[in-house]
Design a protein around this ligand. Sequence first.
Ligand SMILES: [Fe+2]
Ligand SMILES: [Fe+2]
Length: 137
Amino acid sequence: MAGFNLIHWDQKYTVHVDAIDQQHQKLFDIINDLIGRYEENEKKCYDIIEQLVDFLAEHFRVERRLMLEINYPAFAAHMQQHDNFMNKMEEFIKACRSGENITAEMLAFLENWIFTHTTNVDTKYGEYLLKIRPKGK
Ligand SMILES: [Fe+2]
Ligand SMILES: [Fe+2]
């Protein structure tokens, strides 16, 4: 199977809130770390998946607060995406707890969801934010 490509954050993915951009960069770092471990055959996933889920839970809370604060029109649909993703993560956590290794399928899903959501969905509230607060922040 072909290897995974690492993901890189770029200024064009900004959501115009520095703290959230930093979280997105950290999220990409965690995914890249996971890919590195996977490819070095260090496939035990428990710690890093737990770390990822804790970090994401906090990240989703921060986004939720922001979207509520700015009365973001697509709030409900965005929350639904976070919830669906967390449900899927639950399955991975269960597998990890029972000692299963990281699988290519798990990693592909994580990488794809996080990259796509961050660069296509989160950026939409960034654009909205910019529209209502032209200077950002
Ligand atoms: Fe995000
Ligand atoms: Fe989001």
